[in-house]
Every structure is written in C-alpha cells, then in structure tokens.
Design a protein. Structure first.
Length: 150
C-alpha cells in the first residue's frame, strides 16, 4: 500500500494500485474461493492493517484462531460466521468481533460474493489451525460441527 492520500475505486471492491492477492500464500484445501486486498498498511504510525476479503459464493475462509483480535464489517453480500461456539447469519453492515484465541470461519451462502473489511494489528501472530483432536472436538459440537469446513 502506498502513502497516497487518495486511492480511487476502479471497479466495485477494487482500488487503483491495490493488488488482488491470494488469501493465503501457502495454498491448501482448508479454504475455498477467497481473495484479499491490503487497503491500509499501518506501520509504526497507525499500528493496524485494514484488509478487504472477498469470498465467492460457496467459498469459505480457514477455520483458525490466533492471539490477535479481528474487527470485521460486512460490506458486500451475506453469509454465515462461526465465532467460538456461536453461529451467526451475517449481512450488509453487520459488525463481527473475533476475540483472541477464538475459533472462527466465514462462509458465503448466497449467489453474491461475501465481502468484508477486517481491521487487525500490524504486528500479529500466525494463525493456528485445529489439530486432529481439536477438529474432532469441534465436529462433535452441535453448533460448529455441521458448519465448519477444514
């Protein structure tokens, strides 16, 4: 991200000079049909990073947890989110708070992409995916079990 004071939107949910990135650099089968864009890289002055994620219809993010907090606002489409033991239908302008060390996963459940802004600290830990034992426990949960994709 540059130090420009204005970045023009060039198409819906695309901005001039902001690269469309793979969701995760390592690839894998633990997520499906999702991209990310880093809109603001906070560095030492802001201390936070603002990202835009977009999940294609039927896609999902990784089931993960980590030490840092997420502040999320839905800006496109609708879907569902698992946050800990809670499953929520989400829609335009809904806010989602993901506390530290809380399992979470987003899914696009309509014919339109699910797009959301996600604010996190610039300095943050790497995500932790569930071990086979943790996954078995999550799958046994009546709320999470039928929802998660891993």
């Amino acid at each position: 991200m540059s130090d420009k004071t204005h970045i023009r939107q060039t198409a819906p949910f695309r901005w001039d000079g902001v690269p469309l990135l793979a969701y995760k650099a390592d690839g894998g089968t633990h997520f499906r049909d999702i991209t990310r864009q880093v809109l603001f890289e906070g560095g030492e002055h802001l201390g936070a990073q603002l990202r835009y994620f977009e999940i294609a219809p039927g896609g999902h993010s990784t089931l993960e947890r980590h030490d840092h907090v997420h502040a999320v606002m839905i800006v496109r489409g609708a879907g569902r989110v698992l946050v800990g033991a809670e499953l929520h239908d989400i829609a335009l302008h809904d806010l989602i708070h993901v506390p530290p060390q809380t399992w979470h996963q987003f899914r696009a459940t309509t014919a339109e992409p699910l797009g959301f802004l996600c604010l996190v600290r610039s300095e943050r830990d790497k995500p932790h995916r569930p071990t086979p034992e943790e996954l078995a426990t999550l799958r046994a949960d009546p709320v999470a079990g039928g929802f998660i994709r891993a």
